[in-house]
Write a protein that binds this ligand. Structure first.
Ligand code: MG
Ligand code: MG
Length: 308
């Protein structure tokens, strides 16, 4: 197995939606043993601790976005941290809500662009997070990262995306809750989007395999963004946006194992974990297990746990 250097970056972003709690996520991943799991797989691990948002002045806008300046500040600090970390490591962003991807992915994309390599994004989520400030009725910015990253207009005050990620470089898996404006925008986009109906009928391996083939052929860098609500809430209850009918434990592990086999993943977000809503840490432990699979743990390596 290829040894990698992993950098854990705590990003206690809690400004992307109104229900608080994701700020506790980074320490829940630490408590659940993420660093030890990666170390036990032969990787080296360093932990940058928790970073903070850059202070940002008030932004004048006609849109009513929740905690806009705070999220812009996170986008700035995360983009810089991501850009620096990915030069010689695999950054793992410990969220924090999904607004953190505005920064983590814009930072790694800036690095990829400078290297002359295309950036690809695998979005594992019940939601498409493809709103702009104009289309969002909730004003929750955790529902906007893919619109920003692919260069859609409607992000006043945010750093400009100088090299937006091409729509065809994005793949969404696990969709089952999409607002109408997002659906209309997705339908006319070149984003590969696969909902749970399609996964039920044809399995999760096929669309992922097709996407990984494209990433490989292009010599791309691959960022994986794993939202807790990709998983079914029965196995992963610690999230504020539960949607029934999500990925099973096996489907999620298969995705992670295929990612490891591909050798293509260059950065990872673990987002939307709200430890306040968890049941004896079971969601945090599952997310750590999934991360371990993405870094080489096999089915037969998995310890048997007592029934919980
Ligand atoms: Mg999300
Ligand atoms: Mg979601």
């Amino acid at each position: 197995m290829t040894q990698q250097h992993c950098i854990l970056i705590g990003a206690p972003v809690d400004s992307g939606k109104k229900r608080p709690g994701c700020l506790m996520g980074p320490d829940a991943y630490r408590t659940a043993g993420l660093a030890r799991a990666l170390h036990d797989l032969g990787h080296t691990v360093s932990d940058l601790g928790n970073i903070t948002a850059t202070p940002v002045a008030k932004v004048q806008t006609k849109h009513s976005a929740y905690q806009l300046e705070e999220t812009i500040g996170w986008t700035q600090s995360l983009a810089m941290t991501a850009h620096n970390a990915i030069a010689d490591a695999v950054p793992i962003f410990l969220g924090g809500d999904h607004a953190l991807s505005l920064g983590s992915i814009s930072g790694v994309n800036r690095y990829a662009t400078a290297q002359g390599r295309p950036q690809f994004v695998l979005w594992l989520d019940a939601h498409s997070d493809f709103h702009t400030l104009e289309t969002s009725t909730s004003g929750n910015l955790h529902g906007t990262p893919l619109a920003y990253l692919t260069g859609r207009n409607g992000f006043p005050g945010f750093p400009e995306m100088h090299a937006p990620i091409p729509q065809e470089n994005v793949c969404m898996l696990g969709l089952r809750s999409i607002d109408r404006p997002e659906l209309d925008a997705l339908a006319s986009s070149r984003i590969a989007h696969h909902d749970m109906r399609e996964i039920d009928e044809h399995g999760i391996a096929r669309p992922l395999s097709e996407f990984l083939t494209r990433v490989s052929a292009a010599g791309g860098m691959l960022h994986v963004s794993l939202d807790v609500d990709f998983l079914d809430p029965s196995v992963a209850p610690a999230v504020g946006t539960t949607v029934p009918g999500g990925a099973t434990v096996r489907e999620a592990h298969l995705v992670m194992e295929m990612l490891h086999d591909s050798g293509l993943m260059t950065s990872l977000d673990l987002v939307e974990l709200n430890p306040f809503l968890d049941e004896r840490g079971k969601t945090a432990l599952l997310m750590v297990d999934l991360a371990a699979s993405a870094f080489g743990r096999r089915v037969f390596d998995r310890p048997t746990r007592p029934f919980q």
